[in-house]
Ligand binder design. Sequence first.
Ligand code: FVH
Length: 272
Amino acid sequence: MSDSVTAQRVSVLGLGAMGTALARALLAAGHEVTVWNRTAARAEALVAEGATAAATAGEALTAAELVILCVLDDAAVREHVEPARERLRGRVVVNLTTTTPEQARALGRWAEEGRIAWIDGGIMAVPSMIGGPGAFVLYSGVAAAFERLRPVLEVFGRAEFVGTDPGAAAMYDVSILGGMYAMFAAFRQGGAMVRTTGGSAARLAALMAPFLQAMTLSLTEQAVGIDTPERYVQEQSDEFTAAAIDLIDKAATESGTPTELFGVLRRVLTGL
Ligand code: FVH
């Protein structure tokens, strides 16, 4: 534990792959951790590492001022927090379960009515990255509670507060994931295309990765076009972009690979 961080009592509910990694990071940082999982056996390894197992979800929810939830989905969160609203009053609940922004907002409203400080989070990491340099977590909701507990939350990875709307973290989360899936779809398409010329997806990966990495630098510039379109001077015209996409579409047709991706790209990127 660093000198500036006081040991906190923290409860972690949900000990799947991610919840276990979160609890382990808290233990490693010297916090007093109570854990609970629906299937109790999953808590055993953490207990051997110093955690305390709660017998019920209700017990875990009231064992600490800071409660972290990392279960399957919104329904699983509600199943356990709804019966405990009175007992959660005055506590800080950080929900790291993936939900939609609207589900996060609804939980935020529910918590506010019960005087619970609710923070929603989106984990931008896989379990093995937790506590490492590449991990970051998006948070939104009650800012004062977040700032107070920031040193604890930073044990998971960089802590990025993105707004007081409880749905904000989930919205950034799904937007980032959307970017990832769009990239994967384009890579899959490209892999199929290069194979028709005797190439390989492995070679494409080696060539495409550094190029895409360089292209990500233009996202900040393109953000101006979305945030303040009136100030944006577009570097390439929509006609140029549409023609470039049409050419790729034609190459896909010639190679006998699917083309549906390119119609979507053309519409989204150029509106033409
Ligand atoms: N794993 C990842 O890479 C991603 C990274 C981004 C964020 N996600 C989200 O984190 C939530 C948990 O994910 P996980 O990886 O820990 O998931 P599992 O290993 O499948 O564990 C699921 C846990 O949820 C418990 N659970 C399911 N239903 C209920 C319920 N009705 N009541 C209480 N707990 C429930 C399950 O318990 P059990 O099956 O062991 O009894 C596990 O502890 C998730 O939102 C990801 O989207 C992870």
